[in-house]
Design a protein around this ligand. Structure first.
Ligand code: GTP
Ligand code: MG
Length: 339
């Protein structure tokens, strides 16, 4: 008897099936490594589309990573993440660094208009080819970002970026929180929006490697800085020898009156050195890879479940549940075992 599950879980469809151009992953990765912006863009599109070619891309990228420092920027909506990112890009470019920017919007199934606008503005601000800027959204595919974002980071890493800045909204409330992706997490606050106590309540202090009080041109910045400094001193374990104590920076990110961005870059560089010296960098990367493997596995299972839905085998199992010959748990075990 033929097993419809067997068929559903069969070989992946051929890359050309959907009428797309075949992808030569090895060639694209080579070109991206030489700094060809078009190859970088194409690779990230392949990653975002999550088609069959993504496997080859992942394989071709595997030996070429580990150089870039991934810096996550997070904080409440409107706190100034995009403005700060743009300021950091300018400063890093002035220092001759190659920079990647990934703006990730976990809440939107489409590329958000705001993010898109940001991206265009940033590219103009940078005005050169030493910076790659992309925005990513879920495209309505559950688990999609958790799979696509780490791989997009690998693309930018392979392309020779020294630093990749990742902007996301919020902390820890989505399947993809930036702290799990980044080597270094920068948490932004603004005076009057969320003071230190609120930050502590929201669990922000635990994930922050660098704290930034942006909009320091506004009233109340001094107080917020003071409170945060006091809290990082109280923080558990921060006084152990060799521990990292998150510095608190104050910035005005808007270009015309900008200040404090250099200090943020210094803090980020110091954290990079600490990551290397303490071994924490390796631990974080291993943790990141573990989550990535998990996300890919989950994604694969979801897809196979999708293929099984409506299959004759599932129907047969359902009939047996109705007839009282088995129960939903045993039926589910059977189903999963055959995936
Ligand atoms: N006064 C002042 N305004 C700022 C500063 N930084 C950013 N802004 C303004 O704050 C607004 C929001 O800034 P964005 O950079 O878009 O904030 P964001 O955190 O990226 O916002 P979302 O992506 O929507 O969460 C903009 O109007 C900025 O011009 C600052 O240092 N001082
Ligand atoms: Mg933004």
């Amino acid at each position: 008897m033929t097993d419809p599950l067997q068929h559903a879980a069969g070989p992946a469809p051929h890359p050309g099936r959907r009428g797309r151009r075949a992808v030569d992953a090895g060639d694209l990765v080579e070109r991206a490594r030489r700094g060809e912006a078009r190859a970088v863009a194409r690779l990230i599109s392949v990653v975002e589309d999550a088609g069959p070619a993504v496997r080859e891309v992942a394989a071709a990228l595997a030996p070429h990573g580990g150089r870039a420092q991934v810096v996550g920027l997070t904080g409440a909506p409107g706190v100034g993440k995009s403005t700060t990112t743009a300021a950091l890009v300018r400063a890093l470019r002035q220092a001759g660094r190659r920079v990647g920017v990934l703006a990730v919007d976990p809440s939107s199934p489409f590329s958000g208009g705001a993010l898109l606008g940001d991206r265009v503005r940033m590219q103009q601000a940078a005005g050169d080819d030493g910076v790659y800027i992309r925005s990513m959204a879920t495209r309505g595919h559950l688990g999609g970002l958790a799979v696509a974002t780490p791989l997009a980071l690998r693309v930018l890493d392979a392309a020779g970026c020294d630093v990749v800045l990742v902007e996301t909204v919020g902390v820890g409330q989505s399947e993809l929180d930036v702290a799990s992706l980044a080597d270094t997490t920068v948490v932004l606050l603004a005076p009057g929006m969320g003071d230190g106590i609120q930050a502590a309540k929201a669990g922000i202090l635990e994930v922050a490697d660098v704290l930034v009080v942006n909009k320091a041109d506004r009233e109340g910045a001094d107080r917020t800085v003071r409170e945060l400094r006091a809290m990082t001193l109280l923080g558990s374990g921060a006084d152990r020898p060799g521990a990292w104590r998150p510095p608190v920076c104050r910035t005005v990110a808007v270009r015309e009156t900008g200040s404090g961005v250099e200090a943020v870059l210094d803090a980020v560089a110091a954290h990079r050195d600490w990551l290397a010296a303490s071994g924490e960098g390796h631990r974080r990367r291993t943790r990141r890879a573990r989550r990535e493997v998990e996300a890919v596995a989950l994604d694969g299972l979801r897809r196979r479940m999708g293929e099984v839905r409506g299959s004759a085998a599932l129907h047969a199992l359902a009939e047996r549940v109705v007839a009282g010959e088995t129960d939903a748990y045993r039926a589910a075990d059977e189903l999963v075992a055959r995936l």
